[in-house]
Design a protein around this ligand. Sequence first.
Ligand SMILES: CC/C=C\C/C=C\CCC/C=C/CC(=O)SCCNC(=O)CCNC(=O)[C@H](O)C(C)(C)COP(=O)(O)OP(=O)(O)OC[C@H]1O[C@@H](n2cnc3c(N)ncnc32)[C@H](O)[C@@H]1OP(=O)(O)O
Length: 289
Amino acid sequence: MNIIRTVRSVAFSSIPNRTLSTTRSLSTPSAQYTAFEVNDKTGIATLTLNRPPVNSLNLELLTEMRNCLKDAETNKCKGLIITSSSNSVFTAGLDLLEMYQPQDERVKSFWTALQSMWMELYGSKIPTAAAINGHAPAGGCLIATACEYRVMLPNFTIGLNETLIGIVAPKWFVSAFLNVVPRRVAEQAITQGKLFTTAEAHNVGLVDDVVNTKEEAIAKCEQFIGSFKNVNPYARALTKQQFRIKELQELEQQREKDLQIFLGLIMQPSVQKAMGIYLEGLKKKSKKQ
Ligand SMILES: CC/C=C\C/C=C\CCC/C=C/CC(=O)SCCNC(=O)CCNC(=O)[C@H](O)C(C)(C)COP(=O)(O)OP(=O)(O)OC[C@H]1O[C@@H](n2cnc3c(N)ncnc32)[C@H](O)[C@@H]1OP(=O)(O)O
């Protein structure tokens, strides 16, 4: 891949207890919806989702996320932090327009890219952390739970709300959720399509910490990644794999079947109708604001 390296100085003087540092921006020429930077001092990469207004995950954004993750691993970064450029939305989840009245080839590529992105993030060798600085419904929660650590800002929401849209969260969405939330809480919440407030999410273990600002969230993620500094990275990666291999193998072996189930479900007229109504509701709400 053709990686452009630029060196960009970032003054951290406004952040207490931080020495001046630099970040390298590694970005592919086509990067449109993401910013990817590596802190030269800590070796930690930050992937910022930047697809206004709500960072909904379309094929291009998913592809860019995969490229960033690959860059972080190839460049032997100490860890990866995922965050958002928005002040109110981490990501609104999958771009509903990819699934509503979709084109055949595009929707297949879209779902396949989502599967790949999830497997690469969930199974990543390097430590991963989510600085959730906004709402994280559905696919947003999927990305957060694929990471090893989550910190969230107050008064936002997170969860798997698919049933409220008339769609079903696939098993692999649920499996990562189950890593952090007790089974009974998960079953009730996901069948109800519940979105947890930050405080509720913290209470059930869906997020590990709550802080007030994005800077504090990034610092918490750095702290988490830094906690592995005395751990052999190879031993760490293999140990992580032992915890996650089952879900990864399950999806890898069922990829085609999972795609066909997805297509079968979203192409049902009743599902298309429910999605259309949901989208319309979002648009009406957006116009009122
Ligand atoms: C056995 C089963 C196996 C397989 C199953 C198969 C398939 C099903 C699996 C499919 C899985 C899907 C997971 C998903 O991620 S679906 C997406 C779920 N996301 C949501 O429900 C979030 C919807 N959005 C919101 O609630 C709000 O937008 C949000 C709280 C995030 C932000 O609110 P805010 O007030 O800041 O913004 P809005 O005014 O609401 O929105 C601005 C514009 O953005 C559009 N929008 C919002 N979300 C989406 C989205 N997810 N996709 C596309 N577009 C979105 C919204 O319509 C506004 O548009 P305009 O009016 O400005 O044009």
